[in-house]
Ligand binder design. Sequence first.
Ligand SMILES: [Zn+2]
Ligand SMILES: [Zn+2]
Length: 235
Amino acid sequence: MKKLREWAIFSLFPRHCACCDRLIAGDRFFCDECLEKLPRIEGVICPSCGRGKKECACGHKANYYNSIASPFYFEGELRKGIHRFKFRSAVSNSKAYAAEMAKTIGERFEGVQFDYITEVPIGRNSLRERGFNQCALLAKEISQITGIPYKKGILKKIYETEKQHGLNYYLRRGNLTGIYDSDYPGEIKDKVILLCDDVSTSGETFNECSKMLWLYGAKEIHCICAALTKKRGDK
Ligand SMILES: [Zn+2]
Ligand SMILES: [Zn+2]
C-alpha cells in the first residue's frame, strides 16, 4: 500500500534531487548518492563566520551581526543545485534547502527568540532577470517550518552595485558601503532578527545589511544562508 501511495505521489508530483536534478521517488529532497555526499558543516563551528574550525580564517573580527550559520559548504552537486535554484527558477529546490536551514537554526541558535526572519534584498535588475528573490523564498519556507514570523522587505537595496563576481575582497568591501536601507525603522528597533541569504562568500553582504539593522537599533542579528563558500571570499 505504501509503495502504491509513493508511486501515486511520485507520478503526480515528480521530484528532482535538489543537488543533481535527477528524478527521485517519494517525498525526499535529495537522491541517495547526493544525500551521502552533502557537504555539511559539522564539528566545532565558528559563530563569526559559520565555518568549521579547519576552514575558519576570519580572525573572529567584530561584525555587525551576532552570528552566522549555514548547513552546507557551497561545493559539488549542491553548488550546481543552488545555481539552478538561483538562475533557472528551480524554485522547488527552496524546500530542500529551507528544511536543512531550519534544522541548522534549531541547532546553532538554540534558545534565541527571534521576532522575525527577513531576506537580504536583491537589486531591481536581478529581480527583473530572475522574476523572484530567492532569499525571500527561502525565508518564507523557513518561516513555515520553524514558526518564526516572516517579514517581507524590511531592508531594501538603494542602488545597484557592480556585479560582485571578479572584484577582490577589499574592493567589495568598499563597494557595499551604505547600499542598503530600510523604510521600516520602527520594525527594527529592539528586535531580534534572523537575516536570510542564499550563498555567502565573504560575509560582507550580511555585514552590510546588519550594519543598517544595527544603526536602526536591532537588539540581536543572526544570519542564516543555504551555503557558505569553504574559503572566505571564494566565488
Ligand atoms: Zn542527486
Ligand atoms: Zn571564523
